[in-house]
Design a protein around this ligand. Structure first.
Ligand code: GDP
Ligand code: MN
Length: 400
């Protein structure tokens, strides 16, 4: 799960990381009040969306022309004007889709005088099974470009889980970042705080780009992006509350509310499958025959007719879906329940694309009979191979 920058900064501040003063706002009026409260003389008006690259982003309706999604403002009037242009507007960045993301929240922050922009992130290095800090003196810009062009400017420091954080780690990072004097002690404290935040809150990614050295020589987290491990969210109701449903794919939200594992993908064949292993095998075989799956949807082991119907509706709601493959192995799940669910959903929302159904296992005969007698235009398949070939042919794709 992702959260907004202002929320990430509040989480980091709880652990003692240095951030600038700021106020999250939802309206122009609140933006004006926040600007007055912060007092200036310089403010930064920051669009809050779950994507980076805001500074260099562009609004789809931009009265101000070239200014991006992060704007320095030198008067309350300028804060108000920027808030007016940003709120309700759509921001397109290199990390959003070309359609962009709606901006419904802003963070009004006191402006900082920047001497240096550094890069810092923390993640779980799966190869080593350790938390790693990745830092670079080339902050504020695209770290992907730095990695591609000057990889030697990126330094990785691992934390031994048995020893935990030690000052040695903070000092190594300070050295890599070219910090000096009192900044070294500040870096030590910062990294200790970030490591504690990362592990205690079950983060999977923490990125501070830029981490800045201010003109007065202090470290400050100027941006913050956090991704939490969804599987650990049950331990963090405070984090779960920070969810912004406006940022989530509505189909994924509906699936989650109904205990369905659903991930939207880029292809055009919608898949309804039970069991993650079978779902992966189904995606593989669709690709084998030259097409691409539109989603990963696992209805689980013992889904009810209602849940099958919801799953089917979620798939048909995706405009990219040109055909649907239902591939169910009835173990605990009964094939007749699946058939009933599909028919209920089709009655409700209709069926405008080809549907291939492959059922096997418990009550398979009843299931096939229900579908055959439903009058629906269904292509039935004998096995997974047959099913995949039939759906790929039905959408007119694939290799011969
Ligand atoms: P991102 O583009 O989504 O990563 O948004 P950031 O929060 O990183 O802001 C983009 C850029 O705006 C930063 O790299 C800074 O150069 C600049 N910026 C952000 N806050 C301030 C500030 O308080 N003062 C100044 N001078 N620049 C800022
Ligand atoms: Mn940034």
């Amino acid at each position: 799960m992702n959260i907004h920058e202002y929320q990430a900064k509040a989480v980091l501040a709880e652990f003692g990381a240095p951030i600038a003063k700021g106020v999250a706002v939802f309206s122009v009026k609140e933006a004006e009040a926040a600007a007055n409260e912060l007092g200036g003389p310089v403010w930064v008006v920051k669009s809050q969306i779950h994507a980076g690259g805001r500074g260099k982003g562009r609004f789809t309706e931009d009265a101000a022309g070239e200014a991006g999604g992060v704007r320095l403002s030198r008067s309350v009037a300028e804060v108000v004007a920027n808030a007016q242009q940003m709120l309700g507007n759509t921001l397109v960045t290199h990390q959003t889709s070309p359609a962009g993301r709606p901006v419904n929240r802003l963070y009004i922050e006191e402006g900082s005088a920047i001497a240096r922009e550094l890069y810092l992130s923390c993640l779980v290095d799966r190869e080593n099974g350790r938390v790693a800090f990745i830092v670079s003196q080339e902050g504020g810009m695209n770290i992907e470009d730095v990695a591609a062009e000057t990889p030697e400017k990126i330094v990785t420091v691992h934390v031994d889980p048995a020893a935990g954080y030690t000052s040695h780690i903070g000092r190594s990072i300070a050295y890599a970042l070219g910090l000096e004097g009192g900044q070294i002690k500040q870096c030590d404290r910062l990294i200790a705080a970030l490591y504690r935040a990362f592990t205690e809150k079950d983060m999977s990614l923490l990125e501070i780009n830029p981490l800045v050295v201010t003109e007065s020589g202090d470290l400050l987290c100027l941006d913050a992006k956090i991704n939490f491990d969804d599987n650990a969210l049950f331990r963090h109701p405070d984090i779960d509350e920070l969810r912004d449903p406006g940022e989530d794919d509505p189909k994924e939200v509906e699936a989650e509310e109904n205990d369905l594992s659903y991930v939207a993908l880029d292809g055009d064949i919608g898949c309804m499958v039970n069991g993650a292993g079978l779902a992966m095998a189904t995606m593989d075989i669709i690709k084998l025959y030259g097409a691409e799956p539109a989603n990963f949807l696992d209805v689980g082991g013992g889904a009810s007719k209602e849940r099958v119907a919801i799953a089917f509706k979620i798939i048909t709601a995706d405009p990219n879906v040109k055909g649907i493959l239902v591939n169910i192995f009835g173990g605990i799940m009964r094939c007749d329940v699946v058939a009933d669910g599909i028919i209920a959903a089709v009655k409700d929302v209709g069926l405008e694309v080809p549907l291939v159904v492959r059922l096997e296992g418990t009550n398979v005969e009843e299931g096939k009979k229900i579908i055959a007698e439903s009058g629906m235009n269904v292509i039935s398949a004998d096995d997974l191979d047959d099913a995949a070939q039939k759906i790929v042919a039905a959408v007119g794709g694939g290799v011969q």
